[in-house]
Design a protein around this ligand. Structure first.
Ligand code: FAD
Length: 630
């Protein structure tokens, strides 16, 4: 049976990638269908109940800057917020929130249900309809056919998923959910390049069985409580809760070592490669054998549950070992495990088979986003989902695709890393992956992306108006600071010392004064003249505007230098390479480089430069070939 409607875009999977993809496409006015196993699990957090962190928070802010849902849903669901690296430079400061799982799912689901142009349908997708080299729809388990002009596949860990607890294993998409076996087989039939990866999760603990009185409490930031979305505010946050800290010890490590002979990882039962930066506890004990203790955060899963997530002990050891290792830790002596930890192996697709729009090279109109591309993490999934959804929408509108460059967004870094380097292990974002991180800050995500988001059609009116007001306020205040001069005649030495640290010997404008170390925008605004008159203030009161002004002025030297460097690289970076170029004809290149370029078909010279083995010398030879009209 063919469902009566022809959709512009069909999204398969209602996780973090799928929900952002569906919302982006629908915001852009395309009729969009979100097909997922179970409507109850829309926006479900498979693992840790937290959003953001270093590098990841940057991605969430970028999704938010383009009208996405993750940040605002976190504002509605967050039960603890912190700014990480708050004492460091603005480039590496990052927002992280502990989320109430139930509230988070509600926040996402309500956005999906109320989004114009978006239809939801609960059913497993077992097949894709492909005509020639173009996808034309999807078929569900019950044989219902949905026609679509583009399909975004975001199947997460579900493709041929296999769960391991000790030496027992069974097929599943994640605990409690079915795997996607038929779809996995269909994708294999289509011969899309693929591999196997693995991830894991810790056992969950009943909070009533934890002795919090012996644990260290870790509260969130309270003054002020951070906010994730540009459209969010503290009033949206539910009640706030602390986390708790315990540690593994030598006894814990002995228990783990003694259980390794029944570990699926150490007995070779698991073949997929796991996440290096989120390793299982057995992996940590093995890799850091000299360490006799690891810090474990006990994170509340929500306001209406006693469940706790022990961050740091992801494991696939047998259940009896899990119980013993949990109970060996301080405060956990009587812990009751609510759900066992487990590892899951799943199919992923080699992202080098994707264009920068996240469309597969092999099948037109078929886009991949999220864990299926070899990444790990909700934030990485959401960012790709939004990009794939908007590019699917653009394609069905007959418009050019859009992908930010590496100097424009972490999203650009993520996609470029994936499509040029592929993955050898689950990929997660870090600030260290971005060479232009001083320009890619959380605080300026909106200034970098909201305007393009608006042009593409995925930023709504309310967000756009708010953005324009902020941008205008920043530039108006900058002009005022530059044109307000302070003369030593009207500034008493004592007042200069109070605000600036020392007297001034000549006239300065407020930008010069704010550039001085230890002078903050707020302190500057309190500066008064010899007659008691305000010399700089009152200034602006809006926090994001003040923050932006302070950062732009204080870091101007570094930011300008980076902008010049970006300018120097830009020509080569964005130079397009002909899609039909047969690199075998570029005889000056080595066979290895020709084969690699033919395999990956980079879209730009910048992308080509990041393919392993493509040296600067090879790029020069390629340029000569292109200049000759080759
Ligand atoms: P998912 O969130 O997995 O969503 C996939 C969606 O697609 C689901 O709604 C599913 O029902 C649906 N679906 C799949 N196949 C079909 C089909 N055929 N038809 C219809 N619907 C379908 N991330 C970390 O950052 N750190 C960790 O430590 C970590 N550990 C993890 C441990 C486990 C056990 C699991 C399962 C995941 C873990 N993750 C971790 C990963 C994190 O959950 C994912 O990165 C993130 O959820 C990926 O989002 P996604 O949208 O790509 O996929």
């Amino acid at each position: 049976m063919l469902f009566p409607t022809q959709f512009d875009v069909i999204v398969v999977g209602g996780g973090h990638a799928g929900t952002e993809a569906a919302l982006a496409s629908a915001r852009m006015g395309q009729t969009t269908l979100l097909l997922t196993h179970n409507i109850e699990t829309l926006g479900q957090m498979s693992c840790n109940p937290s959003i953001g962190g270093i590098g990841k928070g940057h991605l969430v802010k970028e999704v938010d800057a383009m009208g996405g849902a993750m940040a605002i849903a976190t504002d509605e669901a967050g039960i603890q917020f912190r700014i990480l690296n708050s004492s460091k430079g603005p480039a590496v400061r990052a927002t992280r929130a502990q989320a109430d799982r139930i509230l988070y799912k509600q926040a996402i689901r309500s956005r999906l249900e109320n989004q114009p142009n978006l239809w939801l349908f609960q059913q497993a997708v077992d097949d894709l309809m492909v005509e020639g080299d173009r996808v034309i729809g999807a078929v569900t388990q019950a044989g219902i056919k949905f026609a679509g002009r583009a399909v975004v596949l975001t199947a997460g860990t579900f493709l041929d998923g296999k769960i391991h607890v000790g030496l027992n294993n069974y097929s599943a998409g994640r605990a409690g959910d079915p795997p996607a076996i038929s779809l996995s087989a269909r994708l294999k039939e289509l011969k899309l390049p693929q591999g196997r990866l693995k991830t894991g999760t810790p056992p969950r603990i009943d909070g009533r069985s934890i002795d919090f009185s012996v644990l260290e409490e870790q509260p969130g930031d309270l003054d002020p409580i951070p906010v994730f979305s540009v459209m969010g505010n503290v009033g949206m946050h539910p009640a706030q809760m602390p986390c708790w800290i315990t540690h593994t010890n030598t006894q814990t490590h002995d228990i783990i070592r003694a259980g390794l002979d029944r570990s699926p990882m150490y007995t070779g039962v698991i073949e997929g490669v796991g996440p290096r930066y989120c390793p299982s506890i057995e992996d940590k004990i093995h890799r850091f054998s000299g360490k006799d203790s690891h810090q474990i955060y006990l994170e509340p899963e929500g306001l209406t549950t006693n469940e706790f997530y022990p961050n740091g002990i992801s494991t696939s050891l047998p259940f009896d070992v899990q119980l013993a290792l949990v109970r060996s830790m301080r405060g956990m002596e009587n812990a009751h495990i609510l759900r066992p930890g487990y590892a899951i192996e799943y199919d992923y697709f080699d992202p080098r088979g994707l264009k920068s729009s996240l469309e597969t090279r092999q099948i037109q109109g078929l886009f991949f986003a999220g864990q299926i591309n070899g990444t790990t993490g909700y934030e990485e999934a959401a960012a790709q989902g939004m990009l794939a959804g908007l590019n699917a929408a653009l394609q069905t509108q007959g418009r050019d695709s859009w992908t930010p460059r590496r100097d424009e967004a972490y999203l650009g870094v993520l996609v470029d890393d994936l499509i040029t380097q592929g993955v050898q292990e689950p990929y997660r974002m870090f600030t260290s992956r971005a060479e232009y991180r001083l320009s890619l800050r959380e605080d300026n995500a909106d200034l970098r992306l909201t305007e393009i988001g608006r042009q593409l059609g995925c930023v709504g009116d309310a967000q756009w108006e708010m953005f324009e007001k902020k941008r205008e306020a920043v530039s108006r205040e900058m002009v005022r600071l530059k044109s307000t001069w302070v003369n030593p005649r009207i500034l008493a030495d004592a007042e200069a010392e109070r605000v600036l640290g020392k007297a001034i010997e000549r006239e300065y404008n407020l930008v010069d004064l704010l550039r001085r170390p230890n002078v903050t925008y707020d302190s500057l605004m309190t500066m008064t003249g010899t007659e008691g008159q305000a010399l700089a203030g009152p200034g602006v009161t809006d926090d994001p505007v003040r923050e932006q002004i302070e950062i732009q002025i204080k870091y101007a030297g570094y930011i300008d230098r980076q902008a010049k460097e970006i300018g120097r690289q830009e020509h080569n970076e964005s130079m397009k390479l002909p899609a039909d170029l047969d690199y075998m004809d570029v005889k000056a290149l080595s066979i290895e480089v020709r084969q690699k370029l033919n395999k990956h078909k980079p879209e730009t010279l910048g992308q080509a430069s990041r393919i392993s083995g493509v040296t600067p010398a090879a790029l020069s030879l390629l340029l000569v070939h292109l200049k000759k009209g080759g």
